[in-house]
Every structure is written in C-alpha cells, then in structure tokens.
Design a protein around this ligand. Structure first.
Ligand code: ADP
Ligand code: MG
Length: 149
C-alpha cells in the first residue's frame, strides 16, 4: 500500500538562537496545528525547539526536558495548557493509557511530543511532523510533514 507523505517545508536552523524565529514561523504558517511530533536523534535539538515554541506561546516558567515525567504541563500566555511529552523512557504502550495520552492529543491544546515513534499508531492523522537532522557544526535541518505514519 502506498502512503503519501507530503513534505511541506524544509527549514535550516543555523544555530540554537534561531529556534525562536523558526518556532514562530511554524506556528504562523500552521496556525491550525495542535499536535507537533518532533523526530530526531538524541541531541538533535527537539527539546531546544520545544523550548522555543513555549517561549513564543508565552510560557513563563522554565521549560526543561521532562526527564522523569512522560508529560510536563505548562501554561501559555493566554492561560491555556500546553503539554510537552518525552516518550524516550516509555517502557510499554500501556503507560500511555495510564496517563490518558489520547485525551491529551484530543484536547485541542498544544501538544509537543519527543520520540513520537514510540506512539506512532496513536498519532492523529493531522499531526505535524518535524524531523530534525544534524547537518553539521550547529546547523540543523527541520523537515515539516503532514501525516505522521
Ligand atoms: N541549530 C541548532 N538547533 C538546536 N540545537 C542545537 C543547534 N546547534 C547546536 N545545538 C545544540 O544541540 C543540543 C540539542 O539538545 P536537545 O535540544 O536537548 O536535543 P534532543 O531533545 O533532540 O535530544 C543543545 O545542546 C543545543 O545547544
Ligand atoms: Mg530532548
């Protein structure tokens, strides 16, 4: 069976400080998107980019990688919840049921997910996939796709 996967854009991030500008561009050009699946190796820059999304969306408190919790919840500048998932330490898919993962995704609030591959079958079809590739010294390429699978 053929799965179509449309590449929407490829963005070059030359240094971490450009992350905010990139996050703003992505939010503006995909204003309807709420679920963002960030794919990339360890150290690719997933957390860095999510921090930038949080900043642009007005999250005031410090955003770190949720190294122990699967999900961290923040408040945007408009007081809405924003969820940051890191599925890296997920041991079994049942853990996702335990935290109500699907409900978060359906909530209509912003969800940013690191290691979404570990929940691929639960990703909504309209999730925006951001694949980060290390190109070299400080440079990253971000490829935007619709349709996670
Ligand atoms: N262009 C870039 N974009 C994002 N991070 C970068 C970039 N260049 C270098 N880095 C560095 O790479 C590291 C990425 O770490 P992190 O965001 O925690 O990755 P991940 O969450 O994908 O494991 C950070 O130390 C960051 O400073
Ligand atoms: Mg991370």
């Amino acid at each position: 069976m053929l799965f179509l996967c449309l590449v929407l854009a490829t963005i070059t991030l030359r240094k971490p400080t450009e992350a905010e500008e990139v996050a703003r561009f992505i939010l503006q050009s995909h204003a309807e998107a709420r679920v963002f699946a960030l794919v990339g190796d360890l150290g690719a820059g997933k957390t860095t980019l999510i921090k930038a999304f949080c900043k642009v969306l007005g999250v005031a408190d410090h955003t770190s990688s949720p190294s122990f919790a699967i999900v961290n919840e923040y408040r945007t500048g408009t007081g809405d919840p924003l969820y940051h998932f890191d599925l890296y330490r997920l041991k079994a898919a049942e853990e996702l049921d335990g935290i109500g993962f699907d409900e978060y995704l359906d909530s209509g609030h912003y969800c940013f997910i690191e290691w979404p591959e570990l929940a691929a079958d639960r990703m909504p079809e309209d999730a925006l996939q951001l694949r980060i590739t290390v190109v070299g010294n400080g440079t990253r390429t971000i490829t935007l796709r619709k349709n996670f699978r």
